[in-house]
Design a protein around this ligand. Structure first.
Ligand code: 6PG
Length: 241
């Protein structure tokens, strides 16, 4: 599915500033219309600067309105199954790049419980936690915003090229074991991601020039090509190509 908007930037900093501004505006709009914003965060390294800038939008500096973080529920789009506090953990990255820049963060941050020793149970427990934020019998989670990255192998979240595309149980969260990944993972499923209001894919670096073109062109062999919101919008933020 073609993207609704593709933003190109000559460098990562400009992309990060624009992405943070647009995400902030989307958050404010969600909170304004339904008093809450449910936002999924990507892992990896590309979003780090975006999160820092977003977290710093707590004080009205450029007289632009800022999100009311107390009305924000944050969710990890995926997580590596590593010990709590491990530098490879996406939660560790989110805490250091976003949460520590928000004074008295009083929203919620939701993530898989890494202390659960069975990855299947960890996935099921995280799904139940996410479900608790939506009306009972909701078929797919209606996240307002989903932020994703893109791997050089065309993966997004932890949906790698060797991950099964079938989801007969209509799961929102799945356990992932992949030869493309160092760790076992927990990830939102394609369907759970595609139910979002707005999906933003952040891509930086010349190493991703070819893969992002193939994804945008809809190469069916690439997992990220399956990111196409059922009713929402799909934005790409691309820099340093
Ligand atoms: C993860 C991410 C993953 C990431 C891409 C891009 O847990 O690794 O969720 O999908 O977004 O691998 O990673 P970089 O931003 O580090 O290039």
């Amino acid at each position: 599915m073609p993207a609704d908007r593709i933003y190109y930037f000559e460098n990562h900093n400009r992309m990060s500033r624009e992405a943070a501004d647009i995400i902030s505006d989307l958050m404010i709009r969600a909170i304004g219309s339904k008093a809450v914003c449910n936002m999924v965060l990507a892992g990896g390294t590309t979003p780090v600067n975006v999160y820092k800038l977003l977290g710093q939008k707590t004080t009205r500096r450029d007289d632009k309105p800022t999100p009311d973080w107390s009305a924000v529920n944050l969710f990890l789009g995926d997580e590596r199954i590593v010990p709590r506090g491990d530098l490879d953990s996406n939660l560790t990255m989110v805490q250091s790049s976003l949460l520590q820049h928000i004074p008295q963060f009083s929203g919620t941050i939701n993530f898989p419980d890494l202390s659960v020793n069975d990855p299947m149970k960890m996935a099921a427990q995280y799904e139940e936690l996410i479900r608790s934020y939506f009306p009972k019998n909701t078929r797919w989670p209606l996240f307002d915003i989903v932020i994703l990255g893109l791997g050089t192998d065309g993966h997004t979240a932890s949906l790698f090229p060797d991950v099964s595309l079938s989801n007969p149980g209509e799961r929102w969260v799945t356990k992932v074991t992949s030869k493309f990944a160092e760790h076992e993972r927990i990830s939102l499923t394609f369907e759970a991601i595609n139910a979002a209001g707005t999906i933003l894919v952040l891509v930086s670096g010349k190493a991703k020039r070819n893969i992002v073109r193939r994804v945008i062109d809809g190469d069916p062999s690439l997992p990220a090509s399956r990111i196409r919101p059922s009713e929402g919008k799909l934005f790409y933020f691309i820099s340093d190509l």
